[in-house]
Design a protein around this ligand. Structure first.
Ligand SMILES: O=C1O[C@H](COP(=O)(O)O)[C@@H](O)[C@H](O)[C@H]1O
Length: 230
């Protein structure tokens, strides 16, 4: 796995945006479209704001969610709410193809199947061109959270967590789908992530992030998060 370290979180966000923009250009030139799944939490939004400044064929970009909280539409806990805030007032609002996880559905398992179908239909051979991931201080990534039954899911590409995590059930892409992505982009900032980043880089299987394939992966991080790397 390639790792690139920068001095600040702002620089990481800028570099991540440049990395994604390059992949968009590459894939749109090669096959006429680009499919990506984006994580939530707090880290990605500066990266998205930077990315929105790029002049790209946005109408050829298909953006999915890596994970989402089971919460009402427009709730501040929702990753989608934060995504919409980040692109507010930019050309992406009208041009980007966004596929929200339907977490307000009465039947969440059906909503997972429907999401999985969209992914199969729009991606090349069922694989994303790029999946963006974050890292939690407990080693979770996506909503693959420590100790949850969702970690063992092998027969579905989209699933609901077995338990609540930070007060809510979640919908998440699962290992079988994430590990097939053509590229995985980790964006990890903050000194509080240092220990988990070190364990991720050593593919520690006792943390959920440690079981993500590293072959096509790149980590963009800041110095404070990488102090423990050894
Ligand atoms: O709960 C979540 O946390 C992780 C990490 O978020 P970060 O803001 O600390 O990078 C995130 O990747 C995931 O999508 C989110 O739902």
């Amino acid at each position: 796995m390639e790792i690139r370290t920068f001095q600040s979180a702002d620089e990481v966000a800028k570099e991540a945006a440049i990395y994604i923009a390059d992949r968009i250009r590459e894939n749109v030139t090669r096959k006429g479209s680009f499919t990506m799944a984006i994580s939530g939490g707090r880290t990605p939004w500066e990266m998205i704001k930077e990315l929105a400044k790029e002049d790209l064929h946005w109408e050829k970009v298909f953006l999915f969610q890596v994970d989402e909280r089971i919460a009402p539409d427009a709730h501040p806990d929702r990753n989608l709410t934060q995504l919409f805030k980040a692109i507010e007032g930019t050309k992406l609002v009208l041009r980007l193809n966004i596929f929200p996880m339907r977490v307000t559905a009465d039947n969440l398992n059906e909503a997972c199947e429907e999401y999985a179908d969209h992914i199969t239909r729009l991606t090349e051979n069922g694989k994303f061109d790029l999946i963006h991931l974050g890292l939690g201080t407990d080693g979770h990534t996506a909503s693959l959270v420590p100790g949850d039954a969702v970690l063992a899911v092998q027969d579905k590409t989209v699933a609901i967590t077995g338990d609540t995590y930070q007060g809510r059930h979640r919908m998440t892409l699962t290992y079988p789908l994430i590990n097939q992505a053509a590229k995985i982009l980790w964006v990890i900032t903050g000194a509080e992530k240092a220990e988990m980043l070190n364990r991720l880089l050593h593919q520690d299987p006792s943390i959920p992030a440690g079981k993500i394939d590293q072959y096509h992966a790149i980590v963009l991080t800041e110095e404070s998060a990488s102090v423990e790397i050894n």
